[in-house]
Design a protein around this ligand. Structure first.
Ligand SMILES: Cc1cc2nc3c(=O)[nH]c(=O)nc-3n(C[C@H](O)[C@H](O)[C@H](O)COP(=O)(O)OP(=O)(O)OC[C@H]3O[C@@H](n4cnc5c(N)ncnc54)[C@H](O)[C@@H]3O)c2cc1C
Length: 413
């Protein structure tokens, strides 16, 4: 395993660092946000700065790093994209409202779109003209995405859409959505799906933000009532939506890999906290049980960091990472949940205050505690990761798939 950059990667990292230092401010050294899990509030006030930042990146070629040059990208490698994101995490920058467009919609359109769709949408994604959202999950279809039931019915040259999506991040401010619908109920579930590009301002589309436990409301229920869209908005063939959705999901996985900070930094923050809270009149950091716990968390989180680096090393060598990234996702989520709970316990009564005046680190630990469940659900829940590890890493018997080969309309629900 070689965790170092190759000479070419090292050169790219230097270039990225140089551009970032000229165009953005470094995060303050003691800023907990240097661990890039905590997302900034995506409020409309942040939109102008987010657009300006996107345009600056686009003008200097620091957006769409892996996109082919013919579509306005840099034809760079996945590792180069990860390196840029790793460096970017050290700087204060506006929230990335364009992540779903650049990382998911763009590559999906490049693979499945018509020439006209590529010509229209791809430049607008890169220069930040459109914000995209992902209209995949439904109340009865999340882990089992292919079980979705939002219905699209052909009407002349148009389609009429009825149904509901849920957990649509940024749906209330997005311009366009990647929408998967069911167009055939008489075939098995994966075969009757069709994918569309939806203008979110189309009459009949209603996004209702959902209040989250953190206090924000970044994701939505989205309802479709007799939404009429042209067949030219279809991406891929009628009934071929599952293949198109898989392209989106594969790119989602790539976009999320490796760009987060080293999770063991969180254990170091816990160490700092333990020095300023007291147990029986003494700093908690002098308590042997607390010290053992922090050392344990540090070791386990460092193991996760090294596992991510191992995956990146495989990528860098031109290989394809295996199911081991499921182990990292599962274990990191469980660990951080435990660490945040312990940090709140260390703060005693103050631990249960959310946004209270006297909280340590501006309520970082409370926010982390509330955010981790989302991390453990999005991108595949804990149980789905366990299924993957069981089947693909441990070689255990596969799950029973009782709806295999059965027409969607005949599956009990
Ligand atoms: C922060 C966040 C942002 C999101 N943004 C978006 C977005 O922008 N667009 C979008 O479309 N979706 C989005 N999602 C939705 C996300 O993709 C789903 O929440 C996820 O796929 C899980 O689906 P579900 O919520 O329907 O839960 P379900 O699939 O209904 O799962 C419920 C429970 O059953 C368990 N379970 C399900 N299947 C199995 C199985 N086969 N074996 C064992 N246990 C099982 C699960 O682990 C879970 O505990 C987001 C989610 C989060 C947390």
């Amino acid at each position: 395993m070689d965790f170092n950059d190759s000479p070419q990667e090292a050169e790219f990292r230097l270039k990225a660092k140089a551009w970032l230092s000229e165009n953005a401010d470094l995060k303050k050294e003691d800023s907990l946000a240097s661990f890039n899990l905590i997302t900034s509030e995506e409020t409309p006030e942040n939109f102008d700065s987010a657009h300006a930042w996107q345009q600056k990146r686009a003008a200097d070629g620091w957006i769409g790093i892996t996109w082919p040059k013919e579509f306005g990208g840099q034809s760079g490698s996945v590792m180069e994209d990860i390196i840029f994101r790793q460096e970017l995490a050290n700087y204060e920058t506006p929230p990335d409202l364009f992540f779903l467009g650049v990382g998911l919609a763009g590559p999906t359109i490049m693979t499945h779109g018509t020439e006209q769709q590529k010509k229209h949408y791809l430049p607008r994604i890169l220069n930040g003209s459109d914000i995209w959202c992902q209209l995949f999950s439904e109340p009865g279809a999340g882990s089992d995405l292919a079980g979705l039931r939002t219905k699209a019915v052909k009407d002349g040259d148009d389609w009429i859409i009825n149904g509901q999506k849920v957990w649509t991040s940024g749906g209330h401010y997005s311009d366009l959505g990647m929408l998967v619908t069911r167009t055939d109920f008489d075939v098995p579930k994966h075969k009757g799906l069709t994918y569309f590009i939806l203008d979110m301002k189309t009459p009949g589309v209603e996004a209702r933000p959902i209040k989250q436990i953190t206090g924000g409301a970044n994701f939505n229920e989205v309802f479709f009532t007799d939404v009429r869209i042209s067949d030219s908005q279809r991406l891929g063939s009628v009934g071929g939506g599952w293949g198109v959705a898989l392209t989106t999901l594969m790119n989602e996985r790539l976009s999320l890999s490796g760009g987060f900070g080293d999770p063991s930094l969180i254990a170091l923050e816990l160490q700092k906290l333990a020095k300023v809270v007291y147990i029986n009149g003494k700093p908690a950091s002098e308590d042997s049980v607390v010290r053992q716990k922090i050392a344990g968390y540090y070791s386990r989180l460092k193991a996760m960091d090294l596992s991510v680096k191992r995956t990146l090393s495989v990528l860098s060598g031109g290989g394809i990472p295996g199911a081991e990234s499921s182990i990292v996702k599962l274990e990191t989520g469980l660990l951080l949940q435990e660490v945040a709970a312990f940090a709140m316990e260390l703060q005693n009564g103050q631990g249960i205050e959310y946004w209270g005046q006297s909280q340590h680190n501006n309520g970082f630990w409370q926010e982390l505690y509330f955010l981790i469940p989302a991390m453990r659900i999005g991108g595949g829940t804990d149980e789905i990761q366990r299924n993957i590890i069981g089947e693909r890493v441990l070689g255990l018997p596969p799950e029973q798939r009782v709806d295999k080969g059965i027409a969607y309309k005949d599956i009990p629900n």
